[in-house]
Design a protein around this ligand. Structure first.
Ligand SMILES: Nc1nc2c(ncn2[C@@H]2O[C@H](COP(=O)(O)OP(=O)(O)O)[C@@H](O)[C@H]2O)c(=O)[nH]1
Ligand SMILES: [Mg+2]
Length: 445
């Protein structure tokens, strides 16, 4: 018998000290209590074996959260196991044999939303928090999650609502309009205030969004200039490589690594040179495509050969504009590592001796927004920014309508701004929108 219960591994793939399996559904205790050797107790951590037909799966810490006081609003069980994927997968299999289904991406949070445990923009913030690529992005996501974004949007909305109410009375009872100047200046004041609030939400949202963009740096240059050696140095020192994604061919390899607490993507490309070799041309074209997608290029040159016309031709041919020149192999010329801040910036280093690599790290660091007050930012989505811009456009027209005493057009624009902002908060969300939001989650959330 299948229940409505769902389960998933909530921790990252691979082995770790601990792993968490999450289950949500109705009447979980009666559905699953026979799998545990101890009785579960609401909101208590219980150390118990998971044992079926005398087969011991694991000795785990299990917490039952009875509905409605749980993440999803349903009964939730969290099983903290040893972090071995074999153990976790066999427990998931066991659960599936006992009426629980595998959760879809975001299904826990979707249930939380449907059970009114969480608002739509908070649900989105949960996804952002999980994928945030640096500490400021984490703070910004926490801000959205803690409701600051919600409260700020709400504040604008309530100003719009009160202005709309006032407008209705002007439109419906024009004869009461015995102090037009006063009303006009009051309306203008309110519109200005709404504008200022919107402006600040938009600015904080845009800055927040840029925080969550994972930057890509491509290393290009002629063969043997030392691109791979430089990247190897970066990979070796920054022990926290997140993943390494092997390219499909020999043309480019992407690595995800953590430089000064920021997760970035580094791309090692095939050497670029003028060639007749068809295979190589193909590789070069692919390298170039990667380069065009990168946020920045480190153009690597063997310092003993210097930057020559071929290099300049490559930079020009492929229209590469946002680049630093990295002069590698300074050991051959007995030079010191240094950075020369001209345009383009020049970095001198030696991959073989592992000196000067910090200059690259510093340049990556410089690209991140250094926000003093990350507590003001939210990790808005493009969807939010679009709605905010829509609202702003309607509000921008309002002062003109007030001047011309076109109150019904003013009322219409205010209504449109109201609708745009309501959509951010997910009032009357469409099925499509919900799908789009929740499927972007990882499984287990
Ligand atoms: N002397 C010296 N040789 C280097 C340095 N960096 C790389 N090399 C050598 O240059 C050659 C090409 O390096 P590689 O990283 O494969 O270059 P790529 O083709 O640009 O990826 C290898 O033999 C490296 O050992 C350096 O800083 N100094
Ligand atoms: Mg190479």
């Amino acid at each position: 018998m299948k229940s409505n219960a769902i389960c998933a591994i909530a921790t990252a793939k691979g082995s770790s000290a601990l792993g968490i399996i999450r289950i949500s559904g109705d009447e979980l205790n009666s559905l699953l209590s026979h799998l545990f050797t101890k009785k579960l107790s609401n909101r208590r951590a219980v150390l118990t074996d998971i044992k079926v037909n005398n087969i011991l799966f694991d000795n785990c810490m299990v917490i039952l959260y009875c509905a409605p006081k749980s993440y999803t609003g349903e009964d939730v069980i969290e099983i903290i196991t040893h972090g071995n994927p074999v153990i976790m997968n066999s427990i998931i299999e066991l659960l599936c044999q006992h009426g629980v289904s595998n959760a879809a991406p975001g299904e826990f949070t979707e249930r939380a939303f449907l059970n009114n445990k969480i608002s739509l923009e908070k649900a989105e913030a949960v996804a952002d928090l999980i994928s945030a690529s640096d500490i400021q992005a984490v703070r910004a996501a926490q801000n959205s999650l803690s409701g600051k974004f919600y409260l700020d949007v709400k504040e604008v909305l309530s100003s719009i609502v009160s202005l709309r109410a006032e407008l209705e009375s002007i439109i419906n009872f024009p004869e009461d309009d015995d102090a037009p100047d006063l009303i006009i200046s009051k309306l203008s004041e309110q519109v200005d205030r709404i504008n200022v609030l919107l402006e600040s939400i938009l600015a904080n949202s845009k800055e927040g969004r840029s925080l969550n963009h994972k930057r890509t740096y491509a290393f290009i240059g002629k063969p043997n200039s030392g691109k791979s050696s430089i990247i190897n140095c970066l990979l070796r020192q920054d022990a926290s490589i997140v993943t390494s994604i092997a390219g499909t061919t020999r043309d480019s390899i992407e690595y995800e690594l953590c430089i000064n607490n920021k997760i970035v993507t580094i791309v090692d490309t095939a050497g670029i040179r003028v060639t007749q070799d068809e295979v190589e041309i193909e590789g070069i074209e692919r390298s170039i495509k990667t380069v065009l997608k990168a946020d920045k290029v480190f153009y690597v040159v063997d310092v003993s050969g210097g930057l020559d016309n071929d290099d300049l031709a490559i930079l020009e041919k492929y229209n590469i504009t946002n680049y630093d020149i990295v002069f590698n192999k300074i050991d051959l010329m007995s030079l010191e590592p240094k950075i020369i801040r001209k345009s383009p910036i020049e970095i001198y280093l030696s991959a073989i001796n592992n000196i000067g690599l910090d200059l690259i790290r510093d340049r990556v660091d410089e690209d991140f927004v250094h926000v003093e007050k990350a507590e003001d930012l939210y990790l808005a989505r493009s969807r939010h920014i679009d709605h905010l811009m829509d609202a702003k456009e309607y509000i921008n027209r309002c002062p003109g309508h007030i001047l011309e005493s076109k109150y019904d057009i003013l009322a219409e624009d205010m209504r449109n701004a109201h609708v745009a902002l309501s959509s951010i908060l997910g009032q009357n969300p469409t099925e499509e929108l919900l799908n789009e939001i929740f499927t972007s989650f990882c499984i287990g959330k």
